[in-house]
Design a protein around this ligand. Structure first.
Ligand SMILES: CC(C)(COP(=O)(O)OP(=O)(O)OC[C@H]1O[C@@H](n2cnc3c(N)ncnc32)[C@H](O)[C@@H]1OP(=O)(O)O)[C@@H](O)C(=O)NCCC(=O)NCCS
Length: 176
């Protein structure tokens, strides 16, 4: 797939393209520092090679993979399976640019709703999701087995509504 150049709200350009097998070692480096429990390499290889419902992307800055994200789209529902930015490049709008790409992909594939799970303590990610219209609908008790932390289940929609499209347009415009 051709890379898309997308401008982050901070005005820097993240080059987003579909994740390939060659990207996986770079994704794993980010994964190791971003999450307490990590997906093994095979999980990513399987997602990009065999899972027809899965759509994964990487974001490059200065030619280096600095962000990634993925969704599963099942009929009208899109599930954000992962999103991360490497620690040195956070706070520059790249996470937002990647989330916007996931929203756009979900819409392009016909989804009306998006959902995700996020650690209760992960306020940074929750702020990002709230900005894009996600609200907490329920909590899953002790969802993360490594520390028994609860997961918040967040949903956004209706993505196809005029209200949501206007919101997306305004956020995109604010990002320049
Ligand atoms: C969550 C994550 C992807 C955000 O990426 P990022 O590039 O740092 O975020 P951005 O610079 O694009 O910021 C976008 C929004 O996120 C929120 N945000 C970012 N940094 C924040 C901070 N330090 N405190 C509070 N909110 C913050 C804000 O809502 C921000 O919008 P604003 O700039 O209008 O305030 C990144 O912190 C990350 O990789 N974390 C580790 C992995 C992770 O937790 N993934 C989510 C799993 S559910």
């Amino acid at each position: 797939m051709k890379a898309d150049l997308e401008r982050s709200p901070a005005g820097e350009t993240l080059e987003i393209s579909a994740m390939t097998q060659g990207d996986v070692p770079y994704v794993l480096r980010i994964e190791r520092e971003a999450f307490a429990t990590q997906w093994p390499a095979d999980a990513f290889y399987n997602e990009i090679a065999a899972n027809k419902l899965a759509h994964y992307f990487v974001g490059r800055y200065d030619g280096r993979v600095v962000a990634y994200g993925g969704i599963w789209v099942i009929l009208e529902d899109a599930h954000v399976t992962t999103i991360a930015v490497d620690a040195q490049h956070r706070g520059r709008g790249f996470g937002e640019t990647m989330l916007l790409r996931l929203v756009d992909e979900s819409l392009a594939r016909g989804a009306s709703w998006m959902t995700l799970e996020v650690r209760e303590s992960n306020v940074v990610a929750q702020q990002l999701y709230k900005k894009y219209g996600f609200t907490t609908v329920t909590a899953r008790k002790a969802y993360y087995s490594y520390n028994n932390e609860n997961a918040l289940v967040m949903w956004a929609g209706n993505l196809k509504s005029e209200l949501y499209r206007n919101r997306l347009g305004a956020l995109r415009e604010a990002g320049g």
